[in-house]
Design a protein around this ligand. Structure first.
Ligand SMILES: [Zn+2]
Ligand SMILES: [Zn+2]
Length: 458
């Protein structure tokens, strides 16, 4: 039969040349894996020190913006970087070029400090495909264990309310994590509301009574719980629509809205004061009801309720901006920001509007970030100190021969890499995943009947 592929005649010279090429690929891969370990270390440090927190939603969003990774890959890098912080054996193996980034990435999905040593063995012995399959099986066992734990936690929930002889009511309970988080958040919100009320009241009779002792955290928690109960009963236990739940009414003097330096009032419905910058942000994209007050503060005239940005314009804005325009964000739930505030005479037109997510809307109004539309019609963002904040930062300068530089750096660190550094110990025998997990996973005992080859992809 005739073959049209170029015939490969395996002369000894050709075989040797291809071997050298293969070795070079393996060697450079080991160098890149070792460099990845350093990269992940830097990302972990940047993340833990909150380097991204100046104005990005997450470390991954920052990474995606700064080095141009796609968002999924950026999230994965940050996840692996964080995981390696508690997995020194896997981190070392990557740094020595012994395990590929692909293997480490798979292993960090299941590894814990207790199981890390065994999984390192799996990584060393198997190919990347073996490691992937073992990790998948491992997760099945983990998930089952987790489901058992969740069911157990659910059964152990409870709240006891009893009354002591002196009339005090004792509350003791155990809540599932999500419910607990909800309670903690609600208590924090209630504490905040009480604290603000107290501040307003204090302002009113500053020259009156000597203020009582500052209540302890436990006392404030008790007050917050009372407010929660009161509020719940008052609202008839109806959570309402999200729009109603989070509606905020701000009374603001027109002069304060136009110029934060001007004296004037910005007061929430319950009497708490907010900064003029905050009221500008809330007014930037809101329903407006204009009320005129007379000198004594009585309302003399109420206008019709209007949306600052009419629905048709909002649709056009959403279509044009597609989400938050802040560099590196793109958040989908966004508010319309007036580049020049309407209180300063800025028009509500497409060219004077930009979508910003709630967080970045705050950055612009309250944290000193600046945004303007340039003569070319493009938005230009700036850090609070005036430095430009580009949409796509310039890539870092790379030496003329990056590979030689990488090798020289590793050499200088005493890292001896060869074409065989990352080679698995596998000799070609078939892999029995079920058996492997049964032997390795601490919780796998008895998992065998439910764990079969079909769930593990062969
Ligand atoms: Zn705004
Ligand atoms: Zn944003």
């Amino acid at each position: 039969m005739q073959s049209y592929a170029p015939a490969f005649v395996p002369t000894p010279e050709r075989v040797a040349a291809l071997d050298r090429l293969g070795d070079e690929i393996a060697l450079l891969s080991a160098h890149l894996d070792a460099a990845s370990a350093r990269l992940l270390e830097l990302i972990r440090e940047f993340d833990s020190r909150g380097g991204w927190n100046s104005d990005f939603r997450s470390c991954a969003a920052w990474l995606s913006w700064r080095v141009g990774l796609d968002p999924g890959a950026a999230r994965e890098r940050v996840r692996v970087a964080r995981a390696l912080g508690t997995l020194p054996l896997l981190a070392d193996a990557l740094a020595r070029g012994e395990l590929s980034y692909a293997k480490v990435r798979a292993l960090t999905r299941v590894a814990t400090p207790e199981t890390e040593a065994r999984l390192l063995g799996v990584g060393r012995a198997g190919t990347a495909a073996h490691v992937e399959r073992i990790v998948r099986g491992w997760r099945c066992v983990d998930r089952r264990a987790e489901a058992r734990e969740t069911a157990l936690r659910h059964r152990r929930r409870g709240l006891r309310v009893s009354q002591e002889e002196d009339g005090m009511v004792v509350v003791r309970g155990r809540l599932e994590p999500v419910v607990g988080a909800l309670l903690i958040q609600a208590l924090a919100a209630a504490r905040e509301a009480l604290y603000q009320r107290a501040r307003v009241a204090e302002g009113e009779d500053r020259c009156g009574n000597v203020s009582a002792e500052t209540p302890s955290m436990a006392q404030r928690q008790a007050d917050a719980l009372a407010l929660l109960a009161e509020t719940a009963l008052h609202q008839g236990l109806d959570p309402g629509t999200p729009g109603e739940r989070y509606q905020v009414v701000v009374h603001v003097d027109a002069s304060a809205l136009a110029d934060p330096e001007q004296p004037g009032q910005s007061v929430l419905e319950d009497g708490a004061r907010v900064s003029a910058e905050t009221s500008q942000r809330l007014a930037c994209d809101a329903s407006r009801v204009v009320m005129r007050h007379d000198e004594d503060g009585r309302v003399v005239e109420i206008g019709a309720r209007t949306r600052t940005i009419p629905p048709a314009l909002r649709r056009a804005l959403a279509h044009r901006d597609r989400g938050c325009r802040f560099p590196g964000c793109g958040g989908r739930f966004a508010e319309g920001h007036h580049l020049r505030h309407w209180a300063h005479g800025g028009p509500t037109t497409l060219s004077n509007l930009a979508l910003l997510c709630r967080r970045h809307h705050r950055s612009v109004h309250e944290e000193g970030f600046q945004v303007a539309r340039g003569p070319d019609g493009m938005l230009a963002f700036r850090w609070p100190d005036g430095r430009p904040l580009p949409d796509v930062p310039a890539p870092a300068a790379v030496p003329a021969d990056p590979v030689a530089t990488l090798r020289a750096n590793h050499e200088a660190q005493g890292l001896r890499l060869t074409a065989r550094t990352g080679l698995p110990g596998w000799l070609g025998e078939p892999l029995d995943v079920v058996w492997a997990i049964d032997v390795l996973h601490p919780l796998a005992q008895g998992a065998r009947p439910a764990l079969d080859h079909s769930t593990l992809g062969g």
